[in-house]
Design a protein around this ligand. Structure first.
Ligand SMILES: [Zn+2]
Length: 109
């Protein structure tokens, strides 16, 4: 399953977001591995958001909701309509990451 970046439309594989993207940050291997086992909320605590941001990723309230990614052109901004829609879907589906990913993929978001 792929979800699309809200800013540039780049497709991101859900497995990559869950397991590999964290290894693009400067976290050491053990902490990056441990990150995958954290709850959805802890995975997006400020510490990890900062690490992801340095690697080019920004997420909404779920890692399934990619607001900006390493493929984004410099200075590009998220599509505001898509951002609102995606935030709403994530809010409705909560921690159901598979449901969020499937819904975003169905809607090509
Ligand atoms: Zn992007």
């Amino acid at each position: 399953m792929d979800v699309l970046c809200t800013t540039c439309g780049e497709p991101w594989d859900v497995y990559h977001l869950r397991h590999d993207a964290i290894h693009e940050t400067d976290l050491d291997h053990a902490e990056a591995k441990a990150w995958s086992r954290l709850s959805p909320q802890l995975r997006l605590s400020q510490r990890y958001r900062d690490k992801f941001k340095a690697a080019g990723y920004e997420f909404g309230t779920s890692i399934m909701n990619v607001l900006r990614c390493p493929a984004c052109p410099k200075g590009a901004q998220p599509d505001p309509d898509k951002a609102v829609l995606k935030a709403g879907i994530v809010e409705i589906l909560g921690d159901d990451e598979d449901g969020i990913a499937a819904t975003l993929e169905d809607l090509r978001l």
